[in-house]
Write a protein that binds this ligand. Structure first.
Ligand code: ATP
Ligand code: MG
Length: 661
């Protein structure tokens, strides 16, 4: 090796821009820089490039109908079926034996579905759902872990034109009940249990508890995941065994229901890092076209690839980039049931080696955990099959980006840092890997056709380098259409801030994602975090993200969450919750180094009042820190707000004890 480890670290630490390799560019799906201009000049018809990735039963004649903003319609006179687009057409194109889903359970058991297998099972389950009474437009709730029956059930619903509402399996009974009530959902598909760190968890008990709080009658289908390791529940009168239902329908076929492009494909409740859950409505035409287009252009997926998004399908990322995007493109999508550290901390790398994964997409929270565990785990595996890496979910600090680039991608795979939301349906801001320079810490420019801007409180564009508010000025096909049965809240949540609400002119309507950001001279956008994540110390407004970045820059720190707690004198004071890398201790000296790191990086004003060391932070299913909770803890509140959407509620009491009040 020409370069020593220390030299390499030093070089990477300095480097601010990275280019994709010639080999990557030579094979990439999108390589023509002119695409940005092409989309701008040809807007909105440029979006036909997304629409053209789908097979339509009847072709659309109008790309965008913007006559009634913000209720935009895309491809609206076209008709199609999402299940047909994700399955049948690939079989008609001679791909029936290609693997659609490669599933691996936590214990190492595997299941493989070719497109033909998927076709058979989706049809049979769709037939079973229809027999249970499911009709077009009925909302079917899917409260399921990462088992193949989850995407199968989604596609079966899509085949019937019945919108699904997936509730993350880690959510509580109460969260399930609220969502079923809110969507008037009379059908539930769930599972007896699943494996977590070797334990067979009882999931049906939670589902049953949730069902008790649902006021209307329900029919429930239960997937048997655990077999003999199950918890011995017997099914009640309105509950049916998945395998039996499917066996009864053996060989049956369901004609895909022809849906209007604007008909609802699914409903997804946002994770709720802030306030009441919102039922985000996504459509059959625009959403599917957008998921397919971004999977093609950003994730660079080709049908020959083995592609893996290590997210949970209970999160929008899993909807768009485990199920709909990849399957619409006819590729092989990998699904893994368990945790990344079971049985060992090299589990994900083992899977990449085993399945020869080409493209890997994960979240910064996972990358920080891999960093904490150390590079010896990926180094023990052959990751040379990888061609492209991606991240989503929160800002990734340059140190974690570079670790990912070096230790997982071997400095040979572009990394796409993709900014988007449940509401946007798909990626919005990121580099195109075959074109763009990558700048760690910055997501990149808006995608072609996406009109994102950074503005001040008056909606005026801010200068390069200044912090402001992220806005999107033109609609896009993957956007949410409304909040379920609540148009008023839809307008208040996303449009009221910067739009002229009385205007019929689409130019007067601006989407506000509620994120802070800044832009540089090359139009690269750095996301600073949610606008509500600001701490006011003695009249100075400090972004939590910036303080966290300074703390994570201190050697030995794996992850940090910063919140404001009430303070008699300062108004608010900075509380820093810190996870250390393995091999470091939460000593007074470490605390001191962290405080100094913040003082050096930002200034004494941002000095943490307290540094609290913890092995974990309270997180949502998408791996986002639940700051509201950490704030309540910093304020010494005993009664904490809603914790039903946490994936690790057990850590809360532990942290509470450590905070001095
Ligand atoms: P809720 O809306 O219920 O409070 P949530 O916003 O956490 O939950 P998501 O829709 O999953 O739910 O997350 C979208 C948010 O995640 C974005 O608004 C942004 O704050 C953050 N985010 C996603 N990707 C990135 C990224 N690449 N860089 C920075 N932030 C990101
Ligand atoms: Mg959000």
């Amino acid at each position: 090796m020409a370069e020593g480890d220390a030299e390499l670290e030093a070089r990477l630490a300095e480097q601010e821009a990275f280019e994709p390799s010639d080999d990557f560019v030579a094979q990439a799906n999108v390589t023509d820089e002119g695409i940005y201009e092409e989309f701008e000049e040809n807007w909105p018809e440029c979006w036909d490039r997304a629409g053209d990735l789908l097979d339509w039963d009847s072709e659309y004649t109008q790309t965008l109908d913007d006559s009634n903003p913000p209720f935009y319609k895309w491809f609206s006179d076209g008709t199609l079926n999402a299940s047909y687009n994700c399955i049948d057409r690939h079989i008609e194109n001679g791909e029936k034996n290609r693997v659609a889903i490669k599933w691996e359970g936590e214990l190492g058991d595997t299941r493989t579905y070719t497109y033909q297998d998927l076709y058979r099972e989706v049809n049979e389950f769709a037939a079973a759902l229809r027999d249970l009474g499911v009709e077009e437009d009925d909302v079917v709730t899917l409260y399921m872990p990462m088992v193949p029956e989850l995407p199968i059930a989604m596609l079966a619903c899509a085949r019937l034109g019945a919108p699904h509402s997936v509730v993350f399996a880690g959510f509580s009974a109460e969260a399930l009940a609220t969502r079923m009530q809110s969507a008037d959902s009379e059908y539930l598909v769930t599972c007896d249990g699943y494996y977590r760190r070797g334990d067979a968890l009882d999931h049906l008990e939670k589902a049953n508890e949730g069902l008790e709080s649902v006021d209307h009658d329900t029919e429930t289908v239960v997937v048997d995941r655990l077999g003999d390791a199950g918890h011995g529940h017997s099914l009640t009168e309105n509950q049916y065994d998945y395998d039996e239902l499917v066996a009864e329908q053996s060989g049956n076929r369901i004609e895909p229901v022809e849906r209007g492009a604007e008909d609802m494909l699914f409903l997804m409740y946002t994770s709720g890092t802030t306030g009441q859950p919102k039922g985000v409505k996504h459509t059959t035409g625009g959403y599917l076209a957008y998921a397919a287009w971004t999977a093609h252009s950003v994730l660079d997926i080709e049908k020959e690839d083995t592609y893996w998004c290590a997210a949970d399908i209970g999160w929008i990322t899993g909807h768009s980039y485990i199920v709909y995007g990849p399957l619409a493109l006819g590729t092989t999508t990998v699904m893994y049931e368990g945790t990344p550290d079971y049985p060992e901390r090299d589990r994900l790398w083992e899977l990449i080696e085993k399945y020869s994964v080409d493209i890997f997409y994960t979240a910064p929270t996972a990358i920080r955990a891999f960093m904490k565990w150390g590079s010896k785990f990926p180094e023990s595996r052959d990751l040379s099959s990888l061609r492209l890496l991606g991240t989503v979910g929160e800002p990734i600090n340059p140190r974690a980006w570079k670790w990912y680039y070096k230790h997982i991608g071997d400095e040979d795979c572009p990394v796409v840092d993709t900014w988007w939301q449940t509401e946007t349906g798909g990626m919005m801001i990121t580099t195109l890997p075959g074109i763009g320079t990558m700048k760690p810490g910055s997501a990149g420019p808006p995608l072609p056709g996406i009109d994102a801007n950074i503005v001040d409180t008056n909606g005026e564009k801010v200068e390069a380098g200044r912090a402001g508010y992220l806005t999107v000025n033109k609609p896009w096909p993957g956007m949410l259409r409304t909040l379920y049965k609540n148009d008023e809240r839809f307008i208040n949540e996303y449009w009221a801030e910067y739009s002229d609400l009385d205007s019929d002119d689409a130019d007067d309507w601006v989407y506000f994602p509620e994120d802070g950001a800044k832009i540089d001279d090359d139009d690269y956008i750095t996301i600073l975090g949610r606008v509500d994540d600001v701490i006011n110390v003695s009249g100075h407004r400090l972004g939590t993200m910036e303080i966290e970045s300074a703390i994570v820059g201190v050697e030995g720190v794996a992850e940090a969450a910063v919140v404001g707690g009430n303070h008699d004198v300062k108004g608010e004071a900075v509380y820093a919750y810190v996870i250390l890398e393995d091999g470091y201790e939460g000593s007074d000296e470490m605390s001191q180094r962290i405080v100094e790191g913040v003082e050096d990086g930002i200034g004494p004003i941002a000095r943490p009042e307290q540094v609290i060391f913890t092995p974990e932070l309270p997180k949502t299913r998408s791996g986002k820190i639940m700051r509201r909770l950490l704030e309540e803890i910093a304020n010494g509140e005993e009664e904490l707000g809603d914790t039903t959407t946490l994936r690790n509620p057990e850590i809360v009491a532990d942290i509470q004890q450590k905070v001095q009040k």
